[in-house]
Design a protein around this ligand. Sequence first.
Ligand SMILES: Cc1ncc(COP(=O)(O)O)c(C=O)c1O
Length: 360
Amino acid sequence: MAVPLFATSLDRYLPLLTERLAEVVAGGRYILGPEVDVFEREFADYLGVKHCIGVGNGTDAITIALRALGVRPGDEVICPSFTFYATVEATVSAGATPVYCDVDPRTFCVTPETVKAAITPRTKAIVPVHLFGNVAPMEELRALGLPLLEDAAQATGARLNGTRAGALGDAATFSFFPSKNLPCLGDGGAVVTDDDDVAQAARRLRFHGSEDKKTFVDVGYNSRLDELQAAVLRVLLPELDGWNAARREAAAAYEREGLGEFVELPTPVDGAEHVHHLYVVRHERADELAAALGQSQIGARGYYRVPIHRQPATARFAPADIELPGTDEAARKHLALPMGPELSEDDVREVVAACASGST
Ligand SMILES: Cc1ncc(COP(=O)(O)O)c(C=O)c1O
């Protein structure tokens, strides 16, 4: 029995989505209209933050949020190297110099110690990434006294000690790419914050640096969540908590079925309610295991085998003698196994059995 890496399906929502999309098309408002306004309010309320600004995607969201937080060319911004490339790419697009920090190879998140090692007098902000649906240790990071931008692209709906990811930093960014925990039907993203000035700057930057469409005070971006995607997100947001609960139930089933005998299971950060955007285990010979699982038609893949400080475009930001041992370990060992709200007990048993025969 084949088990896909992404056990998700929007099939049962398609009639409602189609109806809502037809209404938006008939209404004739496609950019910055009522759907975006209402979604921004609904998503801010869901997270427990004051402001949400819908933007074109999760990459632009990071660039816009960093600039809104006051990051200027030449400023240093601390980012993990073990993340999706966009975290660092967007930091460079904001004019900043990324400074790579290490991660805990078990949680895949930055720690206060790894961030501290990267701080210099030019550090302007820190971008903790809530990787794979875990939540970085924000309370300890807060004690470092620098502005925090959460990259929450992979952690929509996660919590740390009861507070949603997105409400833990000075600002946060989300992606609604179709594979994310809260998807839209194309590209979409958001910046969220409690700070009125940061929100106003982000709103201006997403619209060419203008508040009134006549006076342009920043060189900004054309990066807006559109009305059709906002309408989709309004249909799907009420489903998010149920989907995340199903993901956590699938993770519990993996544990119950004994997956931990064959691979190292995901490690939530202390206090984190992990939402398993990806279910990422650790194994000494991760790619060999992935190949064996592939033979059994089970989706499995390593996402970030080459960390960002070794990528052709972004290696130049790393000092020649950089050492990120946690990053190297995470890059080598991590392996995503099938996950999603639709993953059944039978699927879980199939994956565990295939890991049992493929991991020896
Ligand atoms: C950690 C992280 N940051 C940023 C992004 C960028 O989001 P988007 O693809 O919407 O630009 C992603 C998306 O894959 C991501 O996983």
